[in-house]
Each structure stands twice: as C-alpha cells, then as structure tokens.
Design a binder for this molecule. Structure first.
Ligand code: ADP
Length: 449
C-alpha cells in the first residue's frame, strides 16, 4: 500500500488494558509528527471500514515501531484484526448536533449520563458500536444516527437521544468477545489466531503456499478455563459467523435426529461462511468407538467425520471442538484433515488469576487508597488484586468471574441495606453511583460462597 504524506500505514497491536473502552489509539510520537497530529486530535482509521478515534502517544517501548495500538471495539468498528495493517490519517471533525443510540438489548439508560460519562469528546459514526459499563458488565449500543454525518464528535451542546427499543442487528450472530476479554492464555491465543484467524481472513496466503489450513482444532482443559471464550474471540476478530453446539445436547435433545441436526449446522455454516462451528464437550458426540455400544452413537460419529471430510471451503469453515478429556475422543477424529491440531488450556496459576481478575474488574469501581482517604470506602477496604489472586488457588476463570460478580452484588446489598439506594427510584442519581464502590471486604464476603 502506498503511503502518502498525510497518511501512514501501521500494523495493529492490541490495546493495553488501561486504554480499553476509551476510544483512543496510540501511535509513536515521530509518526504523530509526520501526520501533524497532537495528543487528543482525531484520526480516521481505514481498514475494511472506517473508524474514528482520538490519538495518544505510544508507550515508550513502542516508539521505534511502526505500530498502532487499539482495543477490540475500534478494531471491530474498522473491520480489522490484530496484525493487520490500517491506513491512518488526521481528520478534523465537527461537533455533532444530534446523535441517536440504540441498545442491543432492552434497557433504559439516562441519556444525559451516557453523554457526560461516556460520549463527551468521543468521535461517533453511524453503525459504530459502543460498549457502556453497566454494573460490572457492559451493554452494547449502536450509533444509529449522527448529524452532521458521516462522523462528528460529541460536544456539550450535542443533543444525545438514547432509544429504549433495541436495534435489530443482523451482526448479532457474531459474538462480542475480544482478545482483551481473555486474561492470560497468551500461548493459546497466539496458536488459535495462527490456526483459525489467519486462514479465515487470508485464505489466499494458504492457497499461495499450497497448504491446507486446518479444518478442525481441539481445545482441551478443565471446564471454565476459557475454551468457549477463545472460540468466540477468534470468531469475533475474524468477523466470522459463530455457531455453538453442545455434545450432550445434540445426543439427547435431538435424539433420533442427531445426524440431521449436525448436517443442518454444517449447512448453516456454509451459507454464512466464513464461519466457526464450536462443539463443546465433543467427547459426548464422538467418544472412542470401542467405548460406544449404541448404533446411534456410531452413526453420529460417522456423520461428523463425513461432514468434516466434506469441508472443501479453503479454510472458510473451521470446527473447534472442546473437551475435558482428550483421550476420550475417537482417535478417528484426531487424524490429519480432521481435528489434527490440539491446544491445551491449563488451569490458571497465580499470575494468570491476577490477569483474569483484572479483566473481570475492569469496569468495576474498586476501592482505592484515595477512596479510603476521602471516606468513600472504609479503612482497609482498598482492593488488592494480588492478594485475591493468591487466595484463589484452585479457582478456574469461571470461578473468578463469579467471584467478581458476587463481590459487586455484596457491595450493592450493603448500599441498599444502608439506605443509600432507593430501588423505587426511576434512575439512580450519578452522585449516588459515584459513591458505590466494591471493597476488599466484598471480595472476602464473596469468597465464602
Ligand atoms: P470453558 O469453555 O473452558 O468451559 P468458558 O470459556 O465458557 O469455559 O468460561 C466461562 C466463563 O468464565 C467465561 O464466560 C468468563 O467469564 C470466565 N473465564 C474463563 N476463563 C477466562 C479467562 N482466561 N479470562 C477471562 N475470563 C475467563
């Protein structure tokens, strides 16, 4: 791609976790100079689509690289993934007169709050998705209207309307998990990107090299360690259609129709390719044949093998199987051309638990030492994630997610019982929300469950 004076081509790296959800990109200072932009200026990021963001200087260790760091939301809005290149140029945006947002699930959110806390200063464009923190989780909104178009930034004078009725989004079949939502598992992320994302996004590379991309990969490890999450993230980043099925369910719920159901799923994937078919607990569909007595099970295994062998989509459909017991999977399924790659997903160690905690508390207002000084949190209630990571030996990622949620619920219950929050109110005033924090005591409380 040609680089013009007012435009640079940069390779995409993921955002550091503190930058997630801020609508910013980070690029080296020497490149900011080349583009003539100052920190806080707006840039247009051109991938398959255009996204807009505020630009900030790169971290010092990135200064000599030609890279741009951005979070999953911006990557999705620009239709690009990590490792891709994008064109970046300066853009002078006008303040928006009017912006309309619609949620992706029915919810009522105060538009003034959304404008002041989330949108102010941010660039918006029609079709763009915005994740808004909400009780420790988040709700996705889509920008359905911007005046003047196609892009503008939200100023204090912008009239922001938040629709109650959800958008009807065809893209909802694409999950919204991004790489930053997965704590640790660096090696697994790297492998799955190489084995799945690369062929889905660039089949021409594999064709050029004369190699077949994998049709199936097997993720194995204990339940709740992030296997489904990885499959969803790779589907999202590759903009691939995602179908999840569950081994035991196929066998029982569709009993007698299991093979037909499998055929239907592969058909659906073909129609919507690029696509990922995720089969959780695959050992229930395809147990070792010597362990199987029933004719039905044998036929279902044979059907799955036939469907996998029939995949000639040049890597446009990938089947990801997950199991806790790789040895229980029919060896015929693990032959070349089938599930011939395996990725182990281990139990998290202390460092991994710290990273997973970080992910699940990212949108949570945690008590800090400043909050203690200011009297918002009780003495000793500042949250120490290292200590929690140490105390949660034996917890899976799912256990840690549940712990974080339970800690937030404990904080909420305390606030209600102290009369801080009146549940009959139409919406909770911002000054009350600002005082609602999750403390170390809440985590200790949650650990008792
Ligand atoms: P599996 O498919 O291995 O049984 P999942 O991927 O469904 O596990 O994980 C269940 C939930 O646990 C996820 O939705 C997420 O909230 C949490 N979780 C598990 N592993 C991780 C991780 N590595 N990072 C962040 N959250 C995780």
């Amino acid at each position: 791609m040609k680089t013009m004076a007012d435009e640079v081509v940069l390779r995409i790296f993921e955002a550091k976790s503190r930058d997630v959800g801020r609508s910013i990109v980070r690029i080296p200072i020497r490149i900011m100079k080349k583009l003539g932009v100052e920190p806080g200026d707006y840039v247009e990021i051109v991938g398959r689509k255009s996204a807009y963001a505020q630009v900030w200087p790169a971290y010092p260790e990135d200064e000599d690289k030609d890279i741009i760091r951005m979070d999953g939301m911006i990557r999705q809005n620009a239709g690009v993934g990590i490792g891709d290149t994008v064109r970046v140029r300066k853009i002078s945006l006008r303040p928006a007169q009017r912006v309309v947002l619609a949620p992706t699930e029915p919810v009522r959110v105060d538009s003034e709050y959304l404008k002041k806390q989330i949108l102010l200063g941010k660039p918006v464009t029609r079709g763009q998705a915005i994740d808004v923190p909400f009780y420790g989780g988040s709700i996705r909104f889509v920008v359905v209207q911007v005046q003047p178009g196609p892009a503008a930034y939200v100023s204090v004078d912008t009239e922001v309307t938040v629709r109650e009725e959800p958008v009807k989004e065809a893209e909802l079949a694409i999950p919204r998990v991004t790489w930053e939502d997965i704590g640790d598992l660096e090696e697994a992320k790297q492998k799955i990107r190489e084995l799945v994302e690369l062929p889905l996004r660039h089949p021409e590379l594999f064709k050029h090299l004369g190699i077949e991309p994998p049709k199936g990969i097997l993720l194995y490890g204990p339940p709740g360690t992030g296997k489904t999450l990885l499959a969803k993230a790779v589907a999202n980043e590759a903009n691939a259609y995602f179908i999840a099925i569950n081994g035991p369910e196929i066998m029982s719920k569709y009993y007698g129709e299991s093979e037909a159901k499998l055929r239907e799923i592969f058909d659906e994937a073909k129609k919507n390719a690029p696509a990922i078919i995720f089969i959780d607990e695959i050992d229930a569909i395809a147990p070792k044949r010597e362990e199987v007595t029933g004719e039905v099970e044998k036929r279902v295994v044979a059907q799955l093998l036939t469907l996998m062998d029939g995949l000639q989509e040049r890597g446009q459909i990938v089947v990801i199987g997950a199991t806790n017991r790789p040895d229980a999977v029919d060896p015929a399924l693990r032959r070349p051309g089938r599930f011939d790659r395996e990725i182990q997903i281990p139990m998290p160690d202390k460092r991994a638990r710290r990273e997973i905690l970080q992910v699940h508390t990212r949108n949570m207002p945690l008590c800090t030492s400043e909050d203690v000084k200011a009297g918002v949190c009780a003495p000793g209630d500042e949250v120490d994630l290292d200590k929690i990571a140490e105390m949660t030996h034996g917890y899976t990622g799912a256990d840690i997610a549940a712990l974080a949620k339970e800690a937030a619920m404990s904080a909420l219950r305390k606030a209600v019982s102290k009369g801080l929050i009146d549940l009959d109110q139409e919406s909770i005033p911002p000054d009350v929300l600002n005082k609602l924090k999750v403390g170390m005591g809440d985590f200790m409380e949650a650990m008792k469950f």
